[in-house]
Design a protein around this ligand. Structure first.
Ligand SMILES: O=C(O)CCC(=O)C(=O)O
Ligand SMILES: [Fe+2]
Length: 341
């Protein structure tokens, strides 16, 4: 039996003693190092904020095409903003492409909405009109800052647990480049997911430092069993008050591979009725914590000790983001946007 991802009580981050915080930090580091994942309860993102965000995004995806098309994401930009139509992003290219498939048509059975810091001048947010969806922007902004507070705390305890100054990671992340990603997975025939060239999300790592995922109750998020690479284990769903934390590619790069990114995918729910023809609709809220755009995402000197060699090249966070983005929108023009930044 593979070991299960630990569920940690994060209350001490808001009101715990130094001792409780230190105990939490050690367990958090252990979980991220062993699995690339950790789950938190009693965290500081209020449940009503999460519920309000879910309600608003469900209304967003129900908007007619005529409203959504006005804020369609431009895949040529270095950072996603607005609505990505179903199948536009092709995560198959991130980790599943071994180069042996001719004319690949693999796509994702999902549509998404992305937004970032409300004051981002370089990649401004794109909102539906207030008439079409009253209060949408306010809800997203609230969710953005509440998740940001939790993540800044998590980055501090992670740095401390690794024996470094607590602000080592958080000082490189003022959330200027952090993004919210909202996913909607329309109902789909089971057969399409089982036999087709479509997945809800193909196996991938997230690109940022860490991610928070608030899945709905439908199920389907799976993580790679590191003891059996290539095998995936359903992420258990224990309640609406839980959040999944995922180590992402930037923390792997900064720590020169000592905290590895957690490979994950979204597929049909493990708990699904085995006789059902249709895989039910699903939604998820994701918060990708990203390094500030001019920050180097090569290994930090603190993690290069003795004879150790840097495993990753030096790049700015924006260059890295645009490079990784370009892989799942196979569109060469992406780099132009970075050059212009
Ligand atoms: O929907 C989920 O549970 C996870 C989504 C995800 O992995 C992503 O958007 O990168
Ligand atoms: Fe992901």
């Amino acid at each position: 039996m593979p070991k299960t991802i630990p569920v940690l009580d994060a209350a001490c981050l808001s009101n715990g003693t130094a001792q409780q915080r230190a105990e939490f930090s050690a367990k958090f580091l252990e979980a991220l190092t062993e699995f690339g994942f950790c789950k938190l309860v009693n965290h500081s993102v209020p449940l009503p904020v999460v519920e309000d965000t879910f309600n608003k995004i469900k209304s967003f995806f129900k908007l007619p095409f005529s409203e959504k098309k006005d804020i369609i994401n431009d895949p040529k930009k270095g950072q996603q903003r607005g609505w990505s139509p179903p199948g536009e992003e092709k995560t198959w290219w991130l980790e599943s492409n071994t180069g042996d498939v001719e004319s690949p048509k693999f796509s994702d059975n999902k549509e998404s909405f992305d937004c970032g810091h409300p004051n981002d001048k370089h990649f401004p947010n794109r909102w539906p009109t207030q008439e079409a969806l009253p209060g949408y922007q306010q809800t997203m902004d609230r969710f953005f800052f509440d998740c940001g507070d939790l993540c800044s705390n998590l980055l501090e305890v992670l740095a401390s647990a690794m024996g470094h100054e607590s602000k080592l990671f958080s000082s490189k992340c003022t959330h200027e480049a952090t993004t919210i990603r909202i996913n909607h997975f329309p109902p789909v025939k089971r057969e399409t997911l089982e036999t087709g060239q479509v997945s809800r999300i193909w196996p991938h790592n997230d690109f940022g430092i860490i991610s928070l995922v608030f899945p709905d109750r439908t199920g389907g998020l799976e993580y790679e069993d590191r003891e059996n690479p290539g095998n995936f284990i359903p992420m258990p769903y224990n309640g609406d008050d839980e959040v999944v934390v995922i180590a992402s590619e930037t923390i792997q790069r900064w720590t020169n591979g000592s905290v590895r990114a957690g490979l994950h995918r979204v597929t049909k729910p493990h708990e699904m009725d085995p006789n059902a023809d249709m895989v039910p609709e699903r939604w998820s809220l994701v918060y990708f914590v990203k390094a500030d755009r001019h920050v180097n995402v090569g290994p930090l000197k603190e993690f290069i000790t003795g004879e150790e060699k840097p495993m990753y090249e030096d790049l700015t966070a924006l260059e890295y983001q645009a490079m990784r983005n370009a892989v799942h929108y196979p569109e060469p023009e992406q780099m132009e946007a970075v050059a212009a930044y």
